[in-house]
Ligand binder design. Structure first.
Ligand code: C2O
Ligand code: CU
Length: 512
């Protein structure tokens, strides 16, 4: 089957293969900078927004039911301008799910947009039918508007629904910071870029027994870069006819779209007033392609990492800076009592330059009482011993050499939803190795993994804990130990640089 890979562009029939845009091959970043046409706002001028918390509409038989409406909204992201977002409940980021481990929720997603959507709970131990398979589309309520077409003209096997779909999440997993986002075949990058992201927090008794900062001192930071048109709308290659008539645009931007405005929780370079006390930040890199090296300026730079993608670490790890690839999460404590009251502490990005070298600012506003602590032992998390006999699989990520969409691949093949590349057995450990050419943040659905080695040496400073996404650097091999449990069905592994993902850098596997 031949699949169209033009979702990234949203058009078919473009001449491709030119590379006139000067690919950005800085070693720290795969991607091409897209500059805003709107004037950039002043940094540290708007307060950090906190996403709302989703509320169940009813509870029946121990299951909490939610309804989320995917709709367009006009938000003021840049002061004085309006940005049309595609938002869960019209919000960007969408409402945060705040749920208990082991308690099932059912989320009815209603699509009031004019494009098909798919919802994936990233990091979720989710039955296959609710995992957000890229061709399990939810079409808009009332069908596709006239003038729009389903692209490609090829058959895409999938469980397609009209208007709405209910996703069931058992939340049978330890406390962790998950997130949900669009996963539509060929169009994940533009749809996430336009706003379809939100957080999903799972809590459990083990974590709640710890004296960690909580309440107002537990703050999510969803970091995402964007570019804006002069009228305030999101600038993205597929959405911009002037860009689309520029030769070479496709091949440049499929390396990854990186913008020049850094948003945190949907606000540009925001500011948060804090007490001189410990805060817990759940940091998510929700950017399509941008990596960050987060660092604090205005005093000592010290992050105490307590958790990663898959929940608490066994013990805290201190970092002077944090390198975070797309889709990774870091759960960290920053102790603002180490700064003078009245001081400004700026979260910067050491991999950025100019406007992208800054992320947000903390204003240490007042002295305050602090009952929190960071225990030396955080959880019963264990580093798993590698069994002697174990299935090994290798996944080689290769970027396309030209604008042709056929040559972005894993193990030499572009994604085909009907072809299973592996059949791992439930309950058995496997060692997977990820092999790259350029930077690829590699993500596996269904179950988390532990990093065993990086570049033939021990795991890196940011590899601790249960991970579901790992930052694999150029020409590197990362080995992980993984075990799938409980759910049989089809799942996927893919690159989480969303432009790479849309170029079919995904592979299907089936748990048996
Ligand atoms: Cu966050 Cu398959 O994705
Ligand atoms: Cu990639």
């Amino acid at each position: 089957m031949t699949l169209s890979r033009r979702g990234f562009l949203g058009v078919a029939g473009m001449a491709v293969g030119l590379s006139g845009c000067g690919l950005d091959f800085k070693p720290s970043q795969a991607g091409e900078l897209l500059k805003s046409q709107a004037p950039l706002p002043e940094a540290f001028a708007v307060p950090l927004p906190i996403p709302s918390v989703a509320k169940p509409i009813r509870t029946a038989n121990g299951v909490d039911h939610y309804r989320i409406t995917q709709r367009k909204a006009q938000l003021e992201i840049l002061p004085g301008l309006r940005t049309e977002v595609l938002g869960y409940d019209g919000q960007f980021p969408g409402p945060t799910f705040d749920v208990r481990s082991g308690r099932t929720i059912a989320v009815e997603q209603v699509n009031q947009l004019d494009v098909p959507t798919v919802v994936h709970l990233h990091g979720g131990h989710t039955p296959s039918a609710s995992d957000g398979w890229p061709t399990d589309l939810v079409n808009p309520v009332g069908g596709m508007p006239s003038g729009h077409q389903h692209h490609g003209g090829h058959a895409m096997p999938g469980d397609v629904r009209e208007g709405r779909r209910t996703y069931t999440y058992p939340n049978e997993q330890r406390a962790a910071t998950l997130w949900y986002h669009d996963h539509r075949m060929d169009f994940t990058a533009p749809q996430v870029y336009r706003g379809l992201v939100g957080l999903h927090l799972i809590r459990d008794a083990e974590e709640e027994a710890l004296p960690l900062p909580a309440g107002d001192r537990e703050v999510p930071l969803v970091i995402a870069d964007r570019a804006f048109e002069a009228d305030g709308s999101f600038r993205y290659p597929a959405l911009d006819p002037t860009l689309m008539s520029t030769p070479g645009v496709e091949s440049a931007y499929m390396e990854g779209v990186v913008g020049d405005v850094i948003l945190v929780n949907g606000a540009p370079w925001p500011v948060l007033e804090v007490d001189a006390a410990r805060y817990r930040f759940r940091i998510l890199n929700a950017s399509n392609a941008r990596r960050y090296e987060l660092h604090l300026e205005g005093g000592p730079s010290r992050f105490v990492q307590i958790g990663s993608d898959g929940g608490l670490l066994d013990k805290p790890i201190e970092h002077e800076s944090l390198v975070i690839a797309p889709a990774e999460r870091f759960d960290v404590i920053i102790d603002f009592s180490q700064y003078a009251v009245g001081s400004d502490v700026t979260l910067v990005n050491r991999l950025g330059s100019g406007s992208t070298a800054q992320v947000m600012r903390f204003k240490v506003a007042r002295a305050a009482k602090d009952d929190s602590a960071i225990p030396a032992k955080l959880s019963s998390y264990q580093v798993v011993e590698t069994p002697k006999r174990v299935v090994r699989r290798q996944w080689r990520f290769r970027k396309g050499a030209s604008g042709s969409h056929a040559d972005w691949s894993i193990n030499g093949r572009a994604f085909d939803p009907s072809r299973m590349e592996a059949r791992p057995r439930l309950g058995e450990y496997e060692i997977w190795s990820f092999v790259t050419d350029v930077h690829h943040p590699v993500h596996v659905h269904l179950s988390p993994f532990q990093v065993l080695s990086r570049g033939g040496a021990k795991p890196g400073p940011y590899d601790a804990g249960w991970k579901d996404t790992v930052d694999v650097r150029p020409s590197e091999v990362v080995e992980v130990l993984i075990k799938f449990t409980a759910h049989k069905g089809k799942y996927m592994i893919h690159c989480h640089n969303l432009e790479h993902e849309d170029m079919a850098m995904m592979a299907a596997f089936e748990t048996i």
